[in-house]
Design a protein around this ligand. Sequence first.
Ligand code: ADP
Length: 434
Amino acid sequence: MTKPLLGCIADDFTGATDLANNLVRAGMRTIQTIGVPATLSPLDADAIVVALKSRTIPAAEAVAQSLAAYAWLRDQGVTQVYFKYCSTFDSTPKGNIGPVTDALLDAIHGEGKGFTIVCPAFPENHRTLFNGHLFVGEQLLSDSGMRHHPLTPMTDANLVRVMQAQTKRQVGLVPHRIVAQGPAAIREAFEALEASGVGIAVVDAVSNADLISMGQALADTSLVTAGSGVAIGLPQNWQAKGLLQKQHRADLLPPAMGHKAVISGSCSMATNAQVAHWQQSKLPSFLIDPIALAKNDQIEKDAAEWAKANLAKGPVLIYATAPPDQVQAIQQQLGIAAAGELVEQALSRIAATLVEAGVRQLVVAGGETSGAVVQALGVQRMTIGPQIDPGVPWTAVKSPLSNGEPLHMALKSGNFGTVDFFQKAFDCLGVAHA
Ligand code: ADP
């Protein structure tokens, strides 16, 4: 039994998995919990990620949930806390990144005290930060598609300014020319900024080497706020202190067993291509038509029966995935929210029936769809395993529906994964535990 070293609070579900995936790749055995666990029973992991859905809820609620997560993590004995937000810094002047950061610093260091960083950079995913300005690929954040986001439009790429509008603390900058000089220079810059009254420093990073230097400079910082990128530089600190084994295989899961299925409720371009590729490979699939579903629930029963009859032969796919013109026509007929809810509920009930029928390797496509399925299966925590494609690891979970047996799940958010993702997922699990 290992005591957790790092405690993370993530402001959305797939972002939590993305962070957990980076921690596992950097050598930390990681468990992700769905919300704040009800009990304090200790978890055997090097890092714990508490997944919240607090990105766009009212700031006061985001603060309350984040503080509850912090209190739970502190009681687990973690030595460092990591507040994880989106790599495009999704937020408004009202929050929630600033208010949550202030509340966590207040809780850890006392009202108005303490020091932390801001760094959404994730160079591997083309999010870089230079002279305090966030770039998405080669564009400034404010020139990227994020300027049209329906909930959190990002119209200013200068994160010192963006953060200053959300926090009561003074915001400063550690520019790239200092980051490039390495950990000692970064640490000196932190000390100088803190001495001058700065409570939050935006730190530049354009490469993984910058994240590694930054990670070293953060060894004794109680609170880190960042995207998932900064996580790759932290494990070395515990390794240097002998608290975490080097070359530790952090992605080991129990052996996979049972039947295999894919449930797809994502209508993104990538998922449409993945479903088409599955069908071109002559693998069995069943379409859930939302219009038929809205008339009665026979199609849901038919899908479950069809799957049960085919499971023994190999993996099956049940999907509502459709191209944009069809989705639009369905939404016009049923309403956008109603169509989404109808499909999510049907797919999650089908997932539950499949697990009861012996499916133990389940791939789910779609962020919202994944949330609905995880809820229907009664999953409370996930142990993070090997990466299938960037941002999507296999996980092992416990479900009251899986007869006491381990259930392996991969949750793929919309645009992730190569065209052969579904087949690759099952192959990779088979190989990892052959
Ligand atoms: P993504 O990660 O690609 O955004 P989500 O699961 O988050 O996927 O969102 C897709 C939404 O579209 C879900 O609410 C799902 O129920 C809904 N949906 C799936 N198929 C259809 C369809 N054929 N018509 C309309 N809505 C659909």
